[in-house]
Design a protein around this ligand. Structure first.
Ligand SMILES: [Zn+2]
Length: 411
């Protein structure tokens, strides 16, 4: 070999080496664990004293972990009404105890209203917490184990993003406060093995799962349960469901409070998710970027304060009159994913989505916290939102969370 030839091959070798180290190899893992209570539970939402009398279908904690060699993030969806930051902290502790980490994992609740009380508001009466400590112990262990399972299953993966619209005429979702203010987009994040088999699909759509009403006493994952069943079968892998900007008041557009309606609405959401997954855009050498902010928000709601003092709501929430919470921004390839610590109203969801610069935009609600409704400052005192105000920590949560996310987005 001539000296020029040697230098040329050395340069090619260096270029190859450089390409390999700079093109991060994405790895992913997914898992699913059942979190259905094994005995009767007070059902959360709608009214007090709904003691469950059986199981219609199982509740799940489903986890997807993504790792590009530099940054690891994860998502968990749980079939629960909500998990506050104190629950998230304890789940993180337990993940650490079993040799895993939940530090960069976004733990969300679908906000369904036919699952166990995990907050405390729906016990036998308003002055009795509906939380069962034995169930809580089981639940936190199952979620921590789901995170460990997925983290230990990492394999080479490809990621794609897709979207579709669910129109008003499909009668799936509606805004009962301001009918035209509603996010009808369904987004998917699909992760495949290099042989094309699906590892997991995360479905992001917006509507309270509350088709089964206050007289129903069966545990059910509700319409997200239909989405898991249908998408697991038609797409393969493990399906997650994460709700969006569902506050004030995005609910399902059902005619009856029946399991037929749960099947109809869940079936349409699943079908649209399958379509979005089929046309999803594959990302080339995607990098993961993760940023977050911890926030202090004044607790103005005296009723919440009184319930905390009684031990009905988690007591450790306020510190010096402020509640500590967090928002996250995850960027992967052509997607931006923002999280809110509660039930954000669609106006604020749109404010963030419209500030994103990627083609695929996701708002994850009830993420790493459930602080009730997150209203825009200008809507907080409107009579239209009297109910949401009563279930919100105060007038500043909307502006503080939204401004923090705009900051993370560089706006
Ligand atoms: Zn709600």
């Amino acid at each position: 070999m001539t000296q020029t030839g040697f230098i040329a091959s050395l340069m090619i070798a260096l270029v190859l080496l450089n390409t390999q180290s700079s093109s991060a190899l994405l790895r992913a893992g997914a898992s699913s664990r059942i979190i259905t209570p094994q005995s009767s539970a007070y059902l959360a939402g709608l009214r007090n004293n709904r003691l469950s009398q059986g199981v219609h279908d199982d509740l799940f904690a489903r986890c997807l972990i993504l790792d590009d060699g530099q940054t690891r993030v994860g998502f968990v969806s749980t079939d629960l009404i909500g998990l506050t930051s104190s629950a998230i902290a304890e789940i993180r502790n337990r993940a650490t105890l079993i040799g895993s980490s939940a530090e960069n994992v976004i733990i969300t609740s679908t906000h369904q209203h036919s699952g166990p009380d995990t907050i405390g508001l729906w016990g036998e009466s308003e002055s009795h917490s509906g939380v069962d400590p034995d169930y809580t112990d089981f639940l936190y262990n199952q979620i921590a184990s789901a995170i460990k399972d997925a983290s230990e299953n990492l394999e080479l993966a490809e990621i794609s993003f897709g979207a579709s619209q669910i129109e008003e005429s499909d009668r799936v979702s509606r805004n009962v406060r301001e009918p035209d203010l509603i996010d009808r987009e369904l987004g998917v994040i699909k992760v495949d093995r290099t042989n094309g088999e699906t590892i997991a699909t995360m479905v992001n759509f917006t509507a309270h799962p509350e088709i089964m009403w206050s007289d129903s006493l069966l545990l059910t994952a509700e319409y997200p349960g239909v989405v898991y069943r249908e998408c697991d079968e038609k797409i393969g892998g493990i399906t997650l469901f994460i709700n969006g900007a569902l506050g004030g008041m995005i609910t399902t557009n059902n005619q009856f409070n029946t399991f037929e309606e749960v099947e109809r609405i869940g079936g349409i959401v699943a079908q649209k998710a399958v379509e979005a997954a089929e046309s999803a855009e594959k990302q080339v050498n995607p990098k993961i970027q993760h940023s977050f902010k911890t926030l202090e928000i004044p607790l103005e709601n005296q009723q919440f304060q009184a319930l905390m003092n009684l031990g009905i709501l988690p007591k450790e929430m306020p510190v010096n009159g402020n509640i500590h919470t967090e928002v996250h921004l995850i960027e992967i390839g052509n997607a931006q994913i923002a999280t809110f610590p509660g039930e954000v109203l669609p106006k604020l969801g749109f404010r963030i989505k419209n500030s994103m610069t990627t083609d695929y935009n996701f708002i994850l609600g009830l993420a790493n916290d459930e602080l009730g409704y997150i209203l825009a400052t200008e809507d907080y005192s409107k009579e239209l939102y009297e109910y949401e105000k009563s279930m919100s920590i105060g007038s500043q949560i909307g502006s503080i969370t939204t401004n923090a996310l705009l900051d993370l987005l560089g706006k």
